[in-house]
Write a protein that binds this ligand. Sequence first.
Ligand SMILES: [Zn+2]
Length: 205
Amino acid sequence: MKFHQAGDKSKAICEDCGSVVPATFAYRDVPFDDGNGVAKDVLAIVCDNCDRVVALPAPSTPAVVRARKAAEIPLEVSLTAPEMDLLDLAAFRIDPQAGTKLRKTLIAYFLRRLSEDSDSILRLQQNCLNFKKQRSSAAGIPSRRLSLKLAPRTNDNIRALMQSTGLKKSQLIRGVIGEIQEVLVLPDHPKELGKIREIADLITA
Ligand SMILES: [Zn+2]
């Protein structure tokens, strides 16, 4: 990608002039894409004939796209305290300071991985069964409520995995926690800890 600066020359179609025109990169106030207000001093491509903003170079587009509140879909599942502890222990290994912030990141990350992995179905079902055995072998385990707000694409992964595994939502989340346990909690030196830490850094930054 070429990095343009103010003063660089270009050509563009200008609607006002009705033709291809010589144009120049320059800083202009550009309306936000939702029409409410302007983004100040954005590098734009301006018609040399009439001074209309005729195009925006790619690096300038984030400045004028209004950050939209992504639609969030609530996820509410009942877990046992040990299941929740596993999730929090994995989060602690990634970042001891993150508190409960990484719960969602971990669940979403693993849901995506699992939905891309054709061997995951049996593992998820098996994990879910293991947790069920633990629950029935110990009486008086407190329950915990996992309550998250998910992006639509994460919710899509949940629905697809529920279909392919035949698990209910809470069972699927248990299956995912089982996978997190395998990858991040049980190994002394989890292979993927570094990679997942980098992702988590981006999110908690
Ligand atoms: Zn023009």
